[in-house]
Design a protein around this ligand. Structure first.
Ligand code: NDP
Length: 259
């Protein structure tokens, strides 16, 4: 076996929440290129099915699109049942679905706060809980949550307390889950990206049209990342290449948090 073989996922099944676009789309593609069958799980059925079809055509793996609201436990249970029916077991879960609300703390409504925490933190819990049950039964697996450097530092100039709190929660949740599920051979880690050009960061342009320059000034690398910069790290963290890592957070931020 070569070192590159340890990155292969042949014969495995991976669920990527929010796999239809942005960072999730790139992760789904990477895991498929490594040989995993892919479940694209998100809210918008049309784009989920489109992405699943494209990935199957490009890589030759089996794919399935499943509609899910990660914040809704019943919806997550239905997703897990559909995946087990189609693929028998689940080897990899990527908790990638996430949203942000840009609003100052003093004017943010409780509903806005809840909407962010519900998707980003409750969603990671619901999916991990129900996929984890399957993994416990089948003898193990890997869970990766897409956290954020916002779990580690304050962001500027945009205001987003709920987002940062939710991602801090994902980090603490991950460490605890890694501890509780090591005995079931389930590894649980996070990847914490810095700024990545997606629909999510496009929202921040409304806050400040020069926001890219403000952000870039704080980075050591030249530019804002693309989703393809996060995907290889995600593949590493869900594959056997990271066999000895659990409860870890890998920061992919162009050096932003170093400054
Ligand atoms: P996008 O806005 O491009 O995509 C968000 C994804 O989340 C979509 O696939 C969306 O699906 C899905 N989603 C949102 N709510 C739900 C829900 N309730 N149930 C199921 N799926 C849902 O985001 P990014 O690709 O930028 O972000 C992906 C992850 O990376 C998020 O967790 C984000 O916090 C994190 N991140 C992003 C950074 C960035 O700079 N872009 C930096 C650090 C972390 P649908 O299309 O169906 O709504």
């Amino acid at each position: 076996m070569t070192v590159l073989d340890r990155f292969r996922l042949d014969g495995q099944t991976a669920i990527v929440t929010g796999g239809n676009r942005g960072i999730g789309r790139a992760i789904a593609q990477a895991l498929a290129e490594a040989g995993a069958d892919i479940v694209v799980a998100n809210r918008d059925v049309e784009s989920g099915e489109e992405t699943a079809t494209e990935i199957a055509e490009e890589t030759g793996v089996e794919t399935l699109a499943v509609e899910v609201d990660v914040a809704d436990e019943e919806s997550v249970e239905s997703m897990v049942a559909a995946v087990v029916e189609a693929f028998d077991s689940i080897d990899v879960l990527v908790n990638n679905a996430g949203i942000v609300v840009h609003e100052a703390a003093e004017t943010m409504t409780v509903e806005e706060w809840d909407s962010v925490v519900d998707v980003n933190l409750r969603g990671a819990f619901c999916c991990s809980k129900h996929v984890g049950r399957e993994m416990i039964e089948s003898g193990g697996g890997t869970i990766l949550s897409v956290s954020s450097m916002s779990a580690l530092v304050a962001n500027y100039p945009q205001r987003q307390v709920a987002y940062n709190a939710s991602k801090g929660g994902v980090e603490a949740f991950t460490r605890q889950l890694a501890s509780e599920w090591a005995e079931h051979d389930i590894r649980v880690n996070t990847v914490a990206p810095g700024y990545v050009r997606t629909d999510n960061t496009d929202q921040a342009d409304a806050v400040d049209p020069n926001i890219d320059e403000v952000w870039s000034d704080e980075m050591l690398m030249d530019d804002i990342a693309g989703p393809e910069d996060v995907a290889p790290v995600a593949l590493f963290l869900v594959s056997d290449a990271s066999r000895y890592m659990t409860g870890a957070c890998v920061v992919v931020d162009g050096g932003y948090t170093v400054r």
